[in-house]
Design a protein around this ligand. Sequence first.
Ligand code: S3P
Length: 441
Amino acid sequence: MSTAAPEQRWYVTPAREVGGTVTIPGDKSISHRALMLGGIAEGETSIEGFLASEDCLATLAALRALGVRIERPAPTRVIVQGAGSEGLEPPGAPLDLGNAGTAMRLFMGLLAPQRFDSTLIGDRSLMRRPMERVAEPLRRMGAEIHTRAGLPPVEVRGGRALHGIDFHMPMASAQVKSAVLLAGLRAIGTTAIAEPAPTRDHTERMLEGFGARLRREGTAVAISGGQRLRGTHIEVPGDFSSAAFFLVAGCLGAERGLTLRRVGINPTRTGLLEMLSAMGADIQVHPLGDPGPEPVADIEVRASHLRGIEVPERLVPLAIDEFPIFFIAAAAASGESVVRGAGELRVKESDRLAVMAEGLTRLGIRNELLPDGMRIWGGAFQGGTVHAHGDHRIAMSFAVASLRARARIEIRDVANVATSFPDFVALARAAGLQIDAPGGS
Ligand code: S3P
């Protein structure tokens, strides 16, 4: 299990204006998938725009431990020599996936059909996250998987032949869907998945890019087993979930505009754009064509007067990682905002509903925590100390709140920002935020 690093803090001084141009680093979800599919494909896969963050590097290290040859000629360029569908080798030790829930869940699907045993572990946060949601459908496919009362360590026993299933996913989760698709690729027969609501479809798009055939109809997808993947070239777009912090920062303080470059705008990820538009945000999306399976755009945002909204439930899975920063936008808006149907936020890197409600209250923002959401009354942020509870997206969200704060905000336990956005402090400073990160970047 990873050992906890000494606590890092940020001190963020109110700045009134942000602006300029920010090139958003690569997408985390797509970087994980590019490595994994490249690892089990035949031949070489080259990845441009790879996100060199702790989470994605944990996936890279795990694949190397499974015998995949991977070179990194530059931090954001990766060459994977695929081991083929049967070429992975037994890892000599448990695979430590750090903070990366996506890595653990997708590896469960990738490893379930292998001929060897493997054990998956992670840091303190990951060791508390639910894994039965993936183990249960995989068992129905014939896999043998053990969890500890539903939590990691996850033990995957190899040598089991898997068969296809009809799976009605009980929650909207792209991680669960992706794990079952990866197992389905090696199963006998067809694996069909029905989602309760659309979730990010990067796995489906990328499987097709590697030459697999899928049947997709609305929120249903089916894959037949025994297909082989062929290595390919992947351009990873900028991560919309990282762009989100700058989108809201721009709404709060880009009097002369802020431009975000090469952002992935896959419609299964951009629910926040719709939410901010409904709040009155001045945002323009300039599509850069469709260079690969993932659409990309430059996005321009200007300071806007935001109004509170009731978030339509259908947008929740399409903005699932953006709620911490949405809550900051709602706190800076006039009037009341409400989110419901977002109980999944309680099992992310932290309980994002409880942790955000606690931080907002500490900064003087009135809110009501709901079992599956939150109600927020817009107001003025006071200065004060908030605790990110090791959750990267909470730390970055409260840094953006400083644009409307009356005094300095201290943010505790921020080291995990490196799991998804190691360059955040540098890029946020270049855009105008005043972040002091003693001992950190
Ligand atoms: C992810 C899916 C989402 C998201 C996570 C990344 C993915 O999780 O919160 O950060 O890459 O598939 P769920 O699918 O469990 O909602």
